[in-house]
Design a protein around this ligand. Structure first.
Ligand SMILES: Cc1cc2nc3c(=O)[nH]c(=O)nc-3n(C[C@H](O)[C@H](O)[C@H](O)COP(=O)(O)OP(=O)(O)OC[C@H]3O[C@@H](n4cnc5c(N)ncnc54)[C@H](O)[C@@H]3O)c2cc1C
Length: 132
């Protein structure tokens, strides 16, 4: 991040605030954007995909944990050693699990940005003009 102290002295003055553009909106971009915003800069994330958040939120860390946890519980149920607990074969509804995954992803992605009023973003950069 460029450090021009005269740019960031008055964080409320939009004319003198340092404005940083970051390509992408994944975990790396976000940590950079949050640090810059905390130091008083305005930040715009420029994302090629049609959603923000990159791999971790959309297809990596977050959705994988829903399936991993569901699989753990199903495995425990299948291997349940207690004679007094019946129905050991879990009934798996893949469509419902996928819906729950997507709901969690949808819930997390926008909220990451909305906490930081200095961070704006645009998606689909190849098709849409970025409004800074
Ligand atoms: C299934 C799975 C599970 C995972 N689980 C974990 C976990 O539990 N813990 C963990 O720490 N890590 C986990 N990871 C890894 C983690 O998701 C990645 O390390 C992390 O997302 C990398 O972040 P990034 O910002 O470097 O890249 P990305 O998240 O890939 O972000 C890059 C962004 O830049 C955009 N972009 C690329 N080129 C351009 C361009 N020219 N113009 C505009 N935008 C562009 C991309 O569309 C993308 O949104 C997991 C990964 C996977 C696949």
């Amino acid at each position: 991040m460029a450090t021009n102290s005269s740019c960031c002295n008055n964080a409320n003055d939009k004319n003198t605030q340092l404005h940083i553009a970051i390509i992408g909106s994944g975990s790396g971009a976000f940590s950079c954007a949050i640090k810059a915003a905390e130091n008083g800069a305005r930040v715009t994330l420029i994302e090629a995909a049609n959603v923000i958040g990159g791999c971790c939120v959309n297809v990596g860390c977050v959705p994988s944990k829903i399936l991993i946890r569901a699989a753990e519980l199903a495995e425990q149920q299948r291997k349940n050693p207690f004679d007094g607990l019946k129905n050991n074969i879990p009934k798996i509804d893949r469509a419902l699990l996928s819906k729950q995954q997507q709901n969690r992803v949808d819930e997390l992605a926008p909220s990451k940005v909305s906490k930081y009023f200095r961070i704006k973003y645009c998606t689909n950069v190849s098709e849409r003009v970025c409004k800074l």
